[in-house]
Structure formats: C-alpha cells, structure tokens
Design a protein around this ligand. Sequence first.
Ligand code: FE
Length: 166
Amino acid sequence: MMNHADIPSRRHFLCLLGTAASGLVLASCGSNPAQARNFPKALSNAEWRRKLTESEYYILRQAGTERPYSSPLDKEKRRGTYVCAGCGNHLFPSETKYSSGTGWPSFYRPLSEAILIDTDYKLGYPRAEVLCADCGGHLGHVFNDGPKPTGKRYCMNGAAMDFIAG
Ligand code: FE
C-alpha cells in the first residue's frame, strides 16, 4: 500500500533520473553540447548547411576558429550593430568594440541576453565558449583580460557575425 508521503519522494527520484539522463545526452554530444538544447531559432543540420556559407558553417556549427586578421570585421570602425550570421540575433553594439590586437573582433560587453556561455575543453583545458542565445551558434570565447568597465574580452569570429551600419 502506498501512503501519500511516498509520492513527493518518488517524484523527486524520477526528476533526478531525468537530470542524469539529460546529462548523458549532453556528454554524448561531446564537442557540441549546444545541439542538445532547444534554441528558439534552431535548425536541422541540413538546413544550416543550406543556409550558411562554408566558413560560417565551420565556425557557427562546428565551433571552428577563423585565422586571425582574416575577417574585415576585425578592422570595422563604423557605428552599428554586430549580429549573428546564423540567425540575425543582435549581439554587440559597436560602442563595446575595441582594438585588442589579437586579429579577432573584440568586445567588452554583449547586449543583454544575446549570448550564452558554455565550457569548451577542445584545447584540453576549460575555456568559456560564447554561443548565440537564439540559435546556439558558436561565436568565439570570452577571457578575463579585457578593458574596463567589464574586464572581459569577447573574442569573436568575424565570419560568425554580420555588421549592420547605422
Ligand atoms: Fe544566432
């Protein structure tokens, strides 16, 4: 016979099982846990292949990195907004861009709720990976050697973004 006190604990147990199962799903996705989440502008792999250029796909969907100094956005100085090349999500206002000297477009602060941070072990140690909050696309990484006022350096791949002047 089941008494009422058992019900919450049983539920709690099932919830823990669910958490463990989703953890396994994330772990099995290895280098791209972003694909295990439900992003509002998610597309299938085939749809991304059709929509993106080769270099956009390599960076946004395969977490690749462009060669430093290869993107015209590294030297972009006009006023405007940097948006995700995958889904158009507005990421960084030009006011937060600065010259880091790294060869990658660098910013000190994203727009509110524009990005998500994940942990990436690709180089064998943890790095904070920057993802588009809307489509889950890989944009770059964030480091703690940026300028004031945040001290952050959002090190972005120019090919993962488009620039809208104005
Ligand atoms: Fe996006």
